[in-house]
Write a protein that binds this ligand. Structure first.
Ligand SMILES: C[S@@+](CC[C@H](N)C(=O)[O-])C[C@H]1O[C@@H](n2cnc3c(N)ncnc32)[C@H](O)[C@@H]1O
Ligand code: SF4
Ligand code: SF4
Ligand code: SF4
Length: 414
């Protein structure tokens, strides 16, 4: 989660695989993780086959009906199709009967061809594509090693997904070149018929690697203005045409549910990030020696989860600033992300989230219209329940929890 990690049932463990560690075919200039530089034809790291099998078998043994794999990187497609075919075989080999296995993969999209798309469709992968907007915006930061923009390659990859009917969503980093262009971004999503959008405000990439306070590329006010204007365009007189994850998270709270994004949930979810060498961490944004839980080759899964490093990490989010405890928006925000709480000199994650002002601006701006929307959805649900005894799904038949899944395959009735 990171910012994309849904909060899951407490006992459920979500595993994020740093599939090829930081290896990548792009060199995005804001990347918090990869320093590979997009150099072509470099050997790619993957987990040793024996370790991969050992961990999948351990993980499946404790999965209790639900197994969630999310593939990240670096660029996970560099691992090759045969690697993922092996993973699918191992998942099938070790899954207890009636286990629901889900695979989500976050990619820069440049390597997706017809074969990949067919594979994703066959095994029902949910694909996240990183795309920062129309060509000139995207190409400003998402570059190949030789400095060429990656836009055309990404759009070609998306076309393959569309042709094979693969489910995908768009992840857009909001940085200095698109934060003032919400109208342009929304027009682009509509024109391309993208249905599921998630924004991530560009985070600093310095503080994670040193003890220095963070340096951000956009101000909190800028991101707040971006969210407010995007909300106006999204709301569309109470008839939103696409799904924007943060907005639907606020709506969920008005529908008496909990936000599903970890950033706006009361707790960080229990998840494990795995590097190719077997090292395990509690979150994508806390990959450092201080937060290393251990190594899956040397310590079994239960012991890693029971480690005091894990407990300490899970406490961080609840150690909110006094301002959060008193905040009128606490039920929506829950103090944001600890990763963004070290931007002043204090550097102990007791500050408010750097994007606090953005969140407050957005919650205040959206409040009345969200209530109207939530009331209408609740009334529709009630009517449907009275007529047919059935709960009514959200827009386009999708579950209101914001998972992007069809209602009938997702949560239970409200
Ligand atoms: C580290 S990448 C790994 C997966 C894949 N290579 C990709 O680009 O989608 C995961 C996500 O983090 C986003 N990201 C990278 N650096 C970021 C930063 N400094 N702030 C916010 N998001 C960032 C990327 O755009 C991408 O959507
Ligand atoms: S620190 Fe917590 S809230 Fe932030 S990305 Fe990690 S899991 Fe999510
Ligand atoms: S493609 Fe993904 S991992 Fe690679 S540099 Fe860009 S954001 Fe980082
Ligand atoms: S909006 Fe700001 S003060 Fe309120 S809970 Fe979020 S981070 Fe804390």
């Amino acid at each position: 989660m990171n910012a994309c990690t849904p909060a899951l049932r407490p006992q459920h463990l979500h595993v994020m695989w740093k599939t090829v560690s930081e290896d990548c075919n792009l060199a995005c200039d804001y990347c918090y993780y990869s320093t590979a530089g997009g150099i072509p034809n470099k050997p790619v790291r993957v987990m040793e086959p024996a370790l991969l099998e050992q961990f999948i078998s351990q993980y499946m043994a404790r999965s209790s009906g639900q197994a969630t794999f999310s593939w990240q990187g670096g660029e996970p497609l560099l691992a090759g199709l045969s690697y993922f075919e092996q993973v699918i075989l191992l998942q099938a080999k070790y899954a207890p009967p009636h286990t629901m296995i889900s695979n989500a993969l976050q990619t820069n999209g440049t390597l997706i061809d017809e074969n990949w798309a067919k594979f994703f469709k066959r095994y029902n992968f949910l694909i996240g594509i990183s795309l920062d907007g129309p060509e000139s915006i995207h190409n400003a930061h998402r570059l190949t090693g030789s400095g060429k923009g990656s836009f055309d390659l990404v759009m070609r990859g998306i076309l393959h997904l569309q042709q094979e009917g693969v489910e995908y969503n768009i992840l857009t980093v909001i940085h200095e070149d698109n934060v003032t262009k919400p109208d342009e971004l929304m027009a682009f999503y509509h024109e391309q018929k993208f249905s599921y959008i998630q924004f991530i405000p560009c985070m600093d990439f310095v503080s994670q690697k040193s003890d220095m306070p963070g340096h951000f590329r956009i101000t909190s006010e800028q991101y707040g203005e971006f969210l407010c204007r995007t909300f106006d365009l999204w709301y569309n007189d109470g008839e939103p045409k696409l799904s924007i994850r943060m907005f639907e998270n606020m709506l969920l709270v008005f529908m008496h549910r909990q936000a599903e994004l970890c950033v706006h949930s009361p707790n960080c979810p229990k998840m494990m990030v795995l590097e190719t060498n077997g090292d395990a961490y509690p979150c994508d944004f806390f990959i450092d020696e201080e937060h290393r839980l251990g190594n899956i080759g040397q310590t079994n899964l239960e012991s890693l989860l029971a480690s005091h490093v894990y407990d300490d990490f899970l406490q961080i989010k609840s150690r909110m600033n006094e301002a959060c405890h008193k905040c009128e928006y606490l039920q929506f925000c829950h103090g944001g992300c600890p990763r963004n709480r070290n931007w002043l000199d204090v550097n102990d994650r007791s500050e408010v989230d750097y994007f606090c002002r953005s969140y407050k601006m957005f919650y205040a701006h959206a409040n009345d219209r969200m209530i109207t929307l939530a009331n209408r959805l609740k009334a529709e649900q009630m009517q449907e329940y009275r007529n047919n005894g059935n709960p009514l799904p959200g827009r386009n038949g999708l579950c209101l929890c914001g998972s992007g899944k069809k209602f009938k395959n997702c949560c239970q009735p409200l």
